[in-house]
Design a protein. Structure first.
Length: 265
């Protein structure tokens, strides 16, 4: 090999290494940008706090990992958080990152811990967050709404999410009127596909709304399916309580029983 060719090959190799290093470094900084975006834009959409420990992203492979995601509870609820997730694994099409629509191949939410507080037939923390997101989505379509709501649902980047899986979830249930009685129930896997598949894609607000709709519905059904155990505990609780407390317990257990029948049909 001639000296010129050798120098040329060395230059190509050095350039390739520099490109790889640049992509890796960019991925590290982009992870920090995504983390900051989640903690800034997320609360505007959900109206609860969003905290993330770290976001790791590889632009070479399109693999991303979100660690320590915590979604706060709405004001007025006892527990400090509604949802906590140790790891969210995300697979992105790297070529789409700089395009108008980011294509997310897969999202896997592993072993989330969900807190359900309130009444499954009425006001509770999860439906409150879901309604907040629905309000943010509607605000983006209404020019008369306030600027904060519009900013939270601004078009920005469109998304396509081919596969979204929530697996291994547990729900910690605390139902209003049960005298502080709590229980934990497993949640069946939630599997959503082809969100934003068309040319228009889906906004971050729209994606959040669809996921929360499915999560809330599945959680309420799981609570209803555990109604028999909760009802038994509530009846035992009511025996040692006053007349008013006993009536409240009976009312709740009757409603839960009705919901339980509907969920099994």
């Amino acid at each position: 090999m001639s000296k010129v060719k050798k120098i040329l090959w060395i230059s190509v190799i050095v350039l390739a290494v520099l490109v790889i290093v640049a992509v890796v470094v960019a991925g590290l900084f982009l992870g920090d940008i995504i983390k900051a975006g989640m903690e800034t834009v997320g609360p505007k959409i959900t109206q609860v706090t969003i905290k993330v420990d770290a976001v790791h992203l590889s632009l070479l492979t399109g693999a991303a990992k979100i660690q320590g995601l915590v979604v706060g509870n709405p004001e007025g609820y006892k527990m400090p958080q509604a949802i906590s997730v140790g790891v969210v694994a995300v697979g992105v099409n790297p070529a789409s990152v700089l395009s108008d629509k980011i294509v997310v191949r897969s999202v896997e939410v592993r072993d989330p811990e969900i807190t359900f507080e309130g009444n499954p037939l009425g006001a509770n923390n999860l439906t409150k967050i879901r309604d907040n997101v629905s309000g943010a989505s509607a605000a983006g379509q209404n020019p008369a709404t306030n600027q904060t709501a519009q900013a939270a649902s601004a078009p920005g980047k469109k998304l396509e999410v081919d596969d979204f899986l929530i697996t291994g979830a547990k729900v910690h249930v605390s139902i209003t009127g049960m005298g502080g009685k709590e229980t934990t129930v497993p949640l069946p896997d939630i599997h959503l596909t082809n969100m934003g598949k068309g040319p228009e894609g889906i906004t971050a607000t729209g994606l959040t709304q669809q996921v929360l709709d499915a999560l809330t519905a599945s959680t309420i059904k799981a609570v209803a399916n555990s109604a028999s155990d909760l009802s038994k505990s509530a009846v035992d609780l009511g025996k040692g309580a006053g007349k008013s407390a006993t009536e409240d317990v009976n009312k709740i257990t009757k409603s839960l029983g009705g919901l339980f029948k509907k969920s099994t049909n």
